[in-house]
Design a protein around this ligand. Sequence first.
Ligand code: GTP
Ligand code: SPV
Ligand code: MN
Length: 596
Amino acid sequence: MPQHRALEQWVDQVARVTRPDRIHWCDGSEEEHQVLIEGMLRDGTLIGLNHQRYPGCYLHRSHPSDVARTEHLTFICTSRQEDAGPTNNWMAPAEARGQVGKLFEGSMRGRTMFVIPYLMGPAGSPYSKVGVEITDSPYVVVNMRLMTRMGKIALERFGGSDSFVRGLHSLGDLSPDRRFILHFPEERLIWSIGSGYGGNALLGKKCHSLRIASWIGREEGWLAEHTLIIGVEDPAGQVTYMAAAFPSACGKTNLAMLVPPAEFSGYKVWTVGDDIAWMHIGSDGRLRAINPEAGFFGVAPGTSVKTNPNITAAVDRNTIFTNVAVTPDGEPWWEGKDPTPPDGLVDWRGNPWTPGKEPAAHPNSRFTVAASQCPSISPSWEDPEGVPISAILFGGRRARVAPLVYQAYSWQHGVFVGAGMASETTAAQSGAVGVTRRDPMAMIPFCGYHMADYFAHWLNMGARIACPPAIFHVNWFRTDSHGRFLWPGFGENIRALKWILERVRGQGEAVETPIGFVPTPDALDLDGLRLPDGTTDELLRIDTDAWDAEQAEQGLFFDRLTPRLPDEIRQEHAMLRARLSRLSVSVNAVEPPRAL
Ligand code: GTP
Ligand code: SPV
Ligand code: MN
């Protein structure tokens, strides 16, 4: 392949260091796929599932210490530390090359080195980008084949150019002590060693499409976001596109595939993407989103015919399951799939499962499946121009504080709402679960540069968009005093989407509150839902004390970003403070005067 000289030189250079037994250039064909699958079935990397019920489906059990993204081992290696910012781990490029380069020496001995050219984005889109991942993991190859457009299609796209994102991945010895996920955004380069897990190893996903792409997006004037994309069709057949940024395991896949309840049968949600959006200003001046991915790497637990019938229908064939449990009949199983677990389960580690102690499937067990298999996939999901975005939703897991839904007053206020986001941590990353952390725009683990510059980029984008999307915040996860969810979620989330749709069209009743426009209780269509008395009020309540504390927490986070923090964010933060104090003044004013 003489036309790909830069690529060939890089492959040679990597092979001289990593010393693989063989080099295989991936073409993405069915034959290649079958050979890889057979090899992995032979060496135990994959386990066959029930081929009558789940044709073309396999189970992979990862190393038990390698089941989630490891953010503490993820680094941004910019020449200047201040460009990575205080929220990213940073390593100097030379030090990173020295320290981690040693780990790659001979790391592929006895293994095959796979070269995977891939395209992020639809084939004919001007916004799509080429990457090449070199890996010694055949599991990575078969996943990349589902998650990206792989092989010939990518080589054709980049021709002889040397401007592609280079990703080097080796399983190494899988030890967390020798695990590093490094990004060199200035060189469009990724080095990942010591992990076979999704976000650490499928380099087209978080490493390329978010950390490197966010850097490129700032240079080129577009946004790379941890965001689903949907089209919401109303009973008149009009489709309105929305993007929603929620942190990992906070409901993007599920919202992207929402099936409304019977009362809303005139509405339909079309899936464009479930995890990542690249958003450009189109020739019409509107914000347009493409999904750079070609598949879904989704959370298994909690997925059922009831919660997500679309994905349930998609993952019954040609799907790779990672760290789920298996039934005696060889079917994949996870918590929430059925109300009662079947007898005789084998857990995600491969041991007989005893109910009551540990979950049978790992809480971050996942499925990998082609987007084209999803029944709700949008007819526009591969539109080269992307779909026009009318609303952007931010959201997270907040047991308290954040109401079910509210709307920002303006683009600038909306950027502040995104910048001030927080969410409870989940099993998608290693570490404690359920700890509230600041996670602006759901990008804290994924922004490849200084967060303050990222907010400035968002503000600049708004000024350039002809008709900027309206910005909202949602929270499906508010709980009562017993820790039970107040809101039924899943398909019922259409009720919040309907209000959002109305607001976008200049309709829908709302009250002005210190935090933004909140729906009046009557403005939410709750027909047929029968929530217990008082629940709606509680879901929409703004607890001023809690918001005072929230505003203070936001301030501590913003302080970490000074002096680069844009003035607009400081101003919005101060305005929130002022609105909150006015509210408490007026609340106090209506209280009966205390007896002296
Ligand atoms: P990543 O792939 O990690 O980026 O996650 P995601 O944002 O796509 O999250 P996903 O939709 O896979 O949901 C994660 C978990 O939250 C699953 O266990 C879901 O069942 C659960 N979940 C999703 N939507 C809702 C909801 O509306 N209410 C409740 N209570 N749980 C939800
Ligand atoms: C996430 O953690 O946000 C995911 C899964 O979507 S991973 O590919 O591991 O990043
Ligand atoms: Mn994600």
